[in-house]
Design a protein around this ligand. Structure first.
Ligand SMILES: [Zn+2]
Ligand SMILES: [Zn+2]
Length: 391
C-alpha cells in the first residue's frame, strides 16, 4: 500500500474479481447459496469476512475457488468457531448472537500522538473523543464498553493527555445514540476555499487572524472583493519539519563517498577546453567554496556556470540548457561583437578582460526543465552576488 491511489486500485481489482467469484459460486453451489454469498461476503480492501453455515470441507473448497480466480491474488484463511478478528474488531459468537469487541494487534503499543507534540491543539484535543467514539461504535455491551473506555483512558494518560479532557471526551462519545454511531455519514462536498497556508508553529497561532484583519485592504478593489470572500478564507497549516524529515533524505546516492569533477572534453576541435577550469570545487571571489554535484565537461547540458574576468576577478553566473560549449560560443561572439550583445557582462569581458575569461560549470540541474534551471540560477546569484550580473 504505497501511494495514495493504491487502495482505490486494490478495491477496483477486488470488486472485479468478486464478480467472477459470484458467477463461479452460482454454477458450483447453485443460486440460493450464491445469493447468500452476495449478501454476507464482507470486505475492506483485501481483508474479507464471512459467516459460514456449510461444512468445513465446503469452506476449504470455497477457499480454493477464491484462490483459483487469479494466480497472483492468493488469500490465506483463518477459521474459528468461537471468535475471529476482522480489521480492528473482534467478532464473538455468544449463544445465538454475535457481539463485537475491540481488537488490538499484539504489536499495538497504543502510542497515540503525545499531547505535547508540536501539532495544532484542536488536532490533539480531538484524539480522545475520536478514540472514545470508536470504542462506543464497536463495543455495545455496556460493562465491556466501560472497561475498554477505562483502558483507553490509561493509554491516553500515558501519552500525557489531561484527565479532564479524556473524561469529557468519553462522556460526549457515550451520549451519541448507537444508530448515529453506526450510520456512515457522507462527507459534505468541499466548496472552493482560499487556504492561508502557514507552517505550523504554536507561537504563530494568531497569524491567521492578523491576516484576516487586512482583508478590508484587499476589498478596496471590487474585483478582489468578489474573489476573497471572508468565509472562503481558511487557515491551513503545513506540518513543520520533524526530526525524521530533518535527518533523512528521500534519495540516497549509490556511493556517498563519490566525488565529482569538471574536466576538459579534450576534443581537438573544442573551443571551450581553453577556457574551462578543471577540478571538484570552485572558490568564489567571496571566498565561498562550492563542491560540484556531478561530473561535467564542455559538452554537458542543463547546468549553472560561473565566468570569471582574469583581470579583476569579478564573476558572472549564467545557465544553459544546451551544451556548455555552445553557450561559450555565444559568449565569445558577444564579447567580440558589440552589435550582438544582450548581456552587459560582455562589454566588461571585452574591456577589462581583453576578451579573455575562465568558465567553470559548478552545478548540474538534474532535469531539463527550464524554469527549474532559471530558479537555480537565481538562487545562486542571490547567494554568491556576482558583480557582473548586476552591471
Ligand atoms: Zn572541451
Ligand atoms: Zn574585470
Amino acid at each position: 500500500m504505497g501511494t495514495k491511489v493504491a487502495p482505490t486500485y486494490a478495491t477496483l481489482v477486488m470488486g472485479f474479481l468478486e464478480e467472477k467469484l459470484y458467477r463461479k459460486v452460482d454454477t458450483q453451489y447453485g443460486t440460493v447459496f450464491g445469493e447468500y454469498i452476495r449478501t454476507n461476503w464482507r470486505r475492506y480492501l483485501d481483508d474479507c469476512f464471512i459467516f459460514w453455515s456449510k461444512t468445513e470441507e465446503e469452506l476449504i473448497h470455497f477457499h480454493q475457488l477464491l484462490n483459483d480466480i487469479h494466480p497472483s491474488i492468493q488469500f490465506t484463511m483463518d477459521m474459528q468457531e468461537e471468535k475471529l478478528p476482522f480489521l480492528d474488531i473482534m467478532i464473538i459468537k455468544k449463544d445465538n448472537d454475535i457481539i463485537t469487541d475491540l481488537f488490538y494487534k499484539k504489536t499495538d503499543s497504543h502510542q497515540y500522538l503525545i499531547f505535547n507534540s508540536c501539532h495544532p491543539s484542536h488536532t490533539k484535543r480531538n484524539i480522545p473523543y475520536n478514540l472514545a467514539r470508536r470504542v462506543c461504535t464497536i463495543v455495545l455491551e455496556s460493562s465491556l464498553r466501560d472497561k475498554r473506555l477505562e483502558e483507553l483512558k490509561s493509554f491516553l494518560i500515558k501519552q500525557q493527555y489531561p484527565e479532564k479532557l479524556i473524561d469529557a471526551a468519553i462522556i460526549k462519545a457515550k451520549n451519541i445514540p448507537i444508530t448515529e454511531l453506526r450510520t456512515s455519514k457522507e462527507k459534505p462536498e468541499q466548496k472552493d476555499v482560499i487556504p492561508f497556508v502557514v507552517t505550523h508553529n504554536p507561537k504563530n497561532e494568531k497569524i491567521f487572524n492578523v491576516a484576516k484583519q487586512f482583508l478590508p485592504i484587499l476589498h478596496q478593489s471590487p474585483s478582489l472583493r468578489s474573489l476573497f470572500k471572508p468565509q472562503d478564507f481558511i487557515h491551513s497549516r503545513r506540518q513543520p519539519l520533524n526530526l525524521k524529515k530533518l535527518l533523512t533524505r528521500a534519495k540516497f546516492s549509490s556511493n556517498p563517498d563519490e566525488t565529482f569533477k569538471v574536466s576538459k572534453c579534450l576534443d581537438p576541435r573544442c573551443g571551450t577546453c581553453k577556457f574551462i577550469l578543471e577540478g571538484d570545487t570552485f572558490k568564489f571571489k567571496s571566498g565561498r567554496i562550492f563542491r560540484v554535484n556531478e561530473n561535467m565537461t564542455c559538452k554537458s547540458k542543463n547546468l549553472i556556470y560561473c565566468m570569471t574576468c582574469p583581470s579583476c576577478g569579478e564573476e558572472y553566473i549564467g545557465q544553459t540548457g544546451t551544451k556548455l560549449a555552445d553557450r561559450v560560443r555565444v559568449h565569445k561572439q558577444q564579447i567580440k561583437d558589440p552589435t550582438v550583445r544582450n548581456t552587459p557582462c560582455s562589454a566588461h569581458f571585452d574591456n577589462c578582460g581583453h576578451g579573455k575569461f575562465t568558465i567553470f560549470p559548478f552545478y548540474k540541474v538534474k532535469s531539463d526543465n527550464e524554469n527549474l534551471r532559471r530558479a537555480k540560477e537565481h538562487f545562486f546569484i542571490n547567494i554568491f552576488k556576482p558583480k557582473l550580473n548586476r552591471l
